[in-house]
Design a protein around this ligand. Sequence first.
Ligand SMILES: [Zn+2]
Length: 131
Amino acid sequence: MSYHITSDNKVKIALKKILKENRTINSQKRLKKLIVKELNTKKKTFGVSESRLRKIAINSNFVKLEIHSREGDPRRLLVKCPVCGSSLKRVKNLTIWGGEVTIEFSCYNCGYWTGKKKRIPTRYVFHLKEK
Ligand SMILES: [Zn+2]
């Protein structure tokens, strides 16, 4: 089966419609399924990857992304945001009690952050952003 590539804008329109109907979609896989169903026509089958879909959602102004994660290896170096692929900014955090400096990384694009114990995204929940 051949898949057609669709424009970001078409995906965005489908995404908005689906979120308006459902308010919350609790997995990326389910969202993809709904989007593809929305985009497909009798003549054309569309494909959109989950990571592309997530990036489109992040760059839209009507999606609130909730990131579920597990703890990862503290030695692992993160350069790029595992959620959206932007470069991570190093944020120094001075803790008041011990005077200890912990370094965190955060992404200004999607709001992902991590401390020393790396947060590895495991599941994404998509909410319709309330006005
Ligand atoms: Zn990000």
